[in-house]
Design a protein around this ligand. Structure first.
Ligand code: HEC
Length: 146
């Protein structure tokens, strides 16, 4: 299937890479939030594959991935509540020095996912970019890639 939708550069960047090494993370609180982000990433990959035409659209799978996003975003405030750190962590200290902005970024993702309609490929594609941009919007300020 040819690429019918135009969101792809951002979406591809976000979900590229993928195998996250967690074995050297010694702080369980940091590991937990990394695992949450990995689960979010898996859900985004499921959705982006459909949008790109690499996977056949499956409304049930899309709804499942969306539900995973909702649950993981709901868990974010708790996972990041304490200023836990680890040599492997990519979290920036601004998460805890500017908690209002961090909370606003979580809300932006929550709103984008709430608006994501997974009923059809067209509606999924229409909402997917906003979700991807919400990930990037937080990472740009609060995640330091290592
Ligand atoms: C409110 C801020 C915020 C939002 C929204 C957010 N992230 Fe993150 N993300 C982070 C932070 C901070 C880290 C670094 C955590 C650490 O290493 O301690 C991270 C790490 C990650 C990682 C690396 C996980 C690992 O195992 O090291 C992936 C993958 C990821 N995010 C994907 C996503 C995707 C996809 C979305 C959107 C659906 C998203 N994130 C939304 C803040 C956010």
């Amino acid at each position: 299937m040819p690429n019918r939708f135009t969101l792809l550069p951002i979406a591809a960047l976000l979900v590229a890479g993928a195998a996250f090494a967690h074995q050297d993370v010694s702080n369980p609180a940091v590991l937990a939030r990394m695992q949450g982000m990995s689960a979010i990433n898996d859900a985004m990959k499921t959705l982006s594959a459909m949008v790109k035409g690499d996977a056949t659209f499956d409304a049930d799978a899309a709804a499942g991935a969306r539900a995973k996003l909702v649950a993981e975003i709901d868990a974010m405030p708790g996972l990041f509540a304490a200023p836990e750190t680890d040599p492997k962590s990519e979290a920036r200290p601004e998460i805890w020095t500017d908690p209002a902005t961090f909370a606003a970024r979580i809300d932006a993702s929550r709103v984008a996912v709430a608006a994501l309609d997974t009923a059809t490929l067209e509606s999924l594609a229409a909402g997917f970019t906003t979700v991807g941009l919400s990930c990037k919007g937080c990472h740009d300020s609060f995640r330091q890639r290592k």
